[in-house]
Design a binder for this molecule. Structure first.
Ligand SMILES: [Zn+2]
Length: 141
């Protein structure tokens, strides 16, 4: 079992707390990933997405996963289970330090995530209110 943390960095200009529109654990937010088969090295041509609200039964054994997909080349099954509760939004402080934040953790078996696409459905907070507050304070002091 291998855990992959999705680390995201971005240049935020006047914005902070970049995250999926319903938060990192937004049940309907699709995380788009390109996957590489650990068996034969084939990379999926298109991104597949996983969302917390969509679960499928594992082909063998018990339990569920957020993605069960057969490799097109070698036919081996790979699974992804999302681990919620680990993500934090990207702040302007992290952005300025060129740091990244972890948004989601994936437990991948048989696949290695090699690419993440942003897609739609993100939100960030405007910093304008904060900078206005700062100006107000400056005027008072
Ligand atoms: Zn394969």
């Amino acid at each position: 079992m291998v855990y992959y943390a999705l680390l995201v960095g971005a240049e935020l200009d006047g914005l902070t707390n970049l995250q999926p529109s319903g938060g990192c654990d937004d049940p309907s937010f699709p995380y788009y990933l390109k996957l590489k088969c650990e068996n034969c090295g084939e990379v999926t041509a298109k991104s597949t997405y996983v969302t917390l609200s969509e679960q499928v039964d594992l082909p063998k054994g018990h339990g569920t996963a957020h993605l069960v997909q057969k490799c097109k080349l070698c036919g081996r099954d790979g699974t992804i289970v999302m681990i919620p509760g680990q993500g934090t939004p990207l702040t302007i402080e992290q952005s300025q330090k060129e740091e990244k934040t972890c948004l989601m953790v994936f437990d991948c078996r048989g696949y290695e995530p090699v690419e993440f696409s942003f897609g739609a459905g993100w939100k960030a907070e405007s910093m304008n209110f904060l900078s206005m507050m700062r100006r107000e304070n400056a005027r008072l002091s």
